[in-house]
Write a new protein. Sequence first.
Lengths: 551, 342
Amino acid sequence: MSTSTEQKPTTFIGGAANYLDERLSLGGVLKNFGRKVFPDHWSFMLGEVAMYSFVVLLISGTFLTFFYQPSMAAVHYEGSYAPLKGAEMSIAYASSLDISFDIRGGLLMRQVHHWAALLFVAAAGLHMLRVFFTGAFRKPRELNWLVGFFLFLAAMGGGFTGYSLPDDLLSGNGLRIIDGMLKAIPFIGPSISSGLFGGEFPGDEVVARLYSLHIMIIPALIIVLLAVHLMMVIIHKHTHYSGPGKSDENVVGFPLMPVYVAKAGGFFFLVFGVLMAISATFTINPIWNYGPYDPSPVSAGTQPDWYIGWLDGALRLAPSNLDVYVLGIVLPMGVLLPLVISLLFLAIVAVYPFVEKWVTGDDREHHVLDRPRNAPTRTGLGAAGVMFYAVLWAGASTDLIATNFQMSLNHVLTSMQILLIIGPVIAYWVTKRACLALQRKDREIALHGRETGRVVRLPHGEYIEVHEPVDKYELWKLVDFKDYQPTLARPNAQGKITLSSKIRAALSSFYFEDRIAPVSKAEYELAHADHSPAPAVEKPKRAPKALAGKK
Amino acid sequence: MSEIEKTYPAGLATNIQKPISDPGIEPHRVRMTDKSEKAARGAEQQIAVMFGISIVGAFIAIWGFVAFPINSLADTRNGALWMGIGMALSLLGIGFGAVHWAKTLMPDHEVSEARHQARTPDEARAQAIAIIKTADAESGFTRRKLIRRSLYGALAVFPIPALVIFGDLGPQVGDTLKHTIWKKGVRLVRDSHEGGTPIKASEVTLGSVFHVVPENLKDIEDHGEKLNQKAKAAVLLVRVEPSELKEDPAKASWSYDGIVAYSKICTHVGCPVALYEQHTHHLLCPCHQSTFDLADHCKVIFGPAARPLPQLAIEVDAEGYLVAQGDFTEPVGPSFWDIRQS
């Protein structure tokens, strides 16, 4: 017997909702997620851009799979692009040309796919930088940083495998470089190369193999990682920037329904629309200009897609004649050194959250983001990393820099080599100093208010500039941040000072030695004691915790 | 003190008393559309116009598909352009409309929601541990060592066939990297799609560059195999003023009257070293700018390469055509670990 609370749906939508809810408990899902709060900030859109670009990649890529044929068997081109008529080429290249010239919408979809790939990796990279510079990787989000890190690698892998599929001259030379790098790996290198190419380079297997990686394994990996990434966002709830009413105990923003459904849903259409507009009007990767792959010719000024640039740059910046001979074995250090340095760089990126946590020993959960200036050492290290990456990246264009700016290629390259080493140091120092200076400015404003530019002469003849105290909301933004101080190496329970304790002490002073502490209550009161009446500081009626709405 | 600070140690964090306590969420700023019904109606109309543009855009895209059947390159270009513009309008119309709707007409009061620590509350944790202990006791996983250890063994071994099964991804490397199809007496022919013509020594004028492949390359039927062989056998042929050529006496007979042939495959990572600078005799690889001095045994003078480009010994046959004296005496292309072992 049902009670009187049962509702009878009267409309079609009501009926459909009832049907689904009786089978899938959708009501409960909606109840839990429908009004979930998301904070609002432009920088939170970067990850969204990446995700939406990936959706665009899936859509446009599916279109392409209907026409593309991943075969390296030879054919004579008979399509409508006259300059290549009759040329011997692989079916992969011929079908890519057909997509471009003989299938309506094919060229557009190829360009959407390529632009979306470029944007995907770019947005993911910027999102990573945002997470890094705001400290969003701190507990409890360290594992999600790792998931994001692997997503970024998967994005690069997806890009590279796709880039090689048209089997044109440019991408073929890219594969040639991969082949050369694989062969450099001691002992197993030539076998790995043989395994990838199905024998000697270029063989007639690699395109089909890259294809299954590109359309199945890597996308599946990205989808799984993305699901885990988003699940963790739901578990942790999104971070928010420090500000009035925002704490580690709450999340302040707008509800999912209706605001974020409209904003984020609409944003997908904006990302897709912008990609579509770019793809309709700007050519990308004109494979018909490059011709089919042939191991003998090459075009000058070749560039990889932007996200592979830093690896290509690393290869270029290696010094000459680095082969090392040990017991009759050759170690091609000219290739291995860039490889090792690149992997090391990635490893540092991956483990950074764990290192910082070890140094600070801070085991609390952090949900309020740092303003980059309030973590000067981290921001400096991030800038150093960006500089290192940027020099490697620019290194991939040494030849174009030299020709466009009429400089000697040798000088450009040598400058890059020097810059690779000193650039990060300079970037670290400048950034850290800039952060400290901004923190001092914040202190000044918090203590003495804003300069109004109004100069007043007092009755006894003294001139002063009137400072206007900032309001309580602005003040809170300036003083609400976490602060750490360096520690000393301390003996452990056995009374021994361990090496790790010494390293931690050294790192802690590296991080926090020249810190600028936030304004304290005592300082604030002192600063306002000798001035005209201090701004009214409201006594909070409730503790901040009570701000949190109902569960 | 917050809940989180009660639960977890703060490490090196300082505890500075803030000058004021958290003033709470900033008051909401009233928008035009909040206070004026007219403004709200205006926004409503703007949103509807954007959605309308989206519909028009979709029709433009359909027209773009129908109006430009493939006849010429111009059709391809125009079709892509109009389909793209149409779809862009149709997508952007929806996007701008939805965002404008959210920004002007949906409430913009910030609301606060409590967070919960990731850590499971103690009671639930205790229950979870109890479940694991029960499962362990019921299965005897800890108690029955024999089962547990043999299971570990089985789990460690069972993936191995899954790796072994990929053994035929590629053949054994063997000495394939160390040999090319150059043989004694094989003519040097021009590298061209039409099947190259042989080259007479007299045709190689001073400073000119020939991109060369072995004549027997065209006898290979299989396209893939042909590319494999070409990827190793490609050669650059240049005539240099004999007086400018530094020659190792042991290799003096490898050139012919100032004509030298070197592997075109970069010893760095294998790009074709295709750029020749005539007055310096430098060969430059366009991929990573390794530079080789052609006049001095193609030694590396700049860039990341480490080995000189291997030289192909050449001579002239009875008809005056350039031929190889044999295969390269060392492997061509990128270095690998046992390159020195024959």
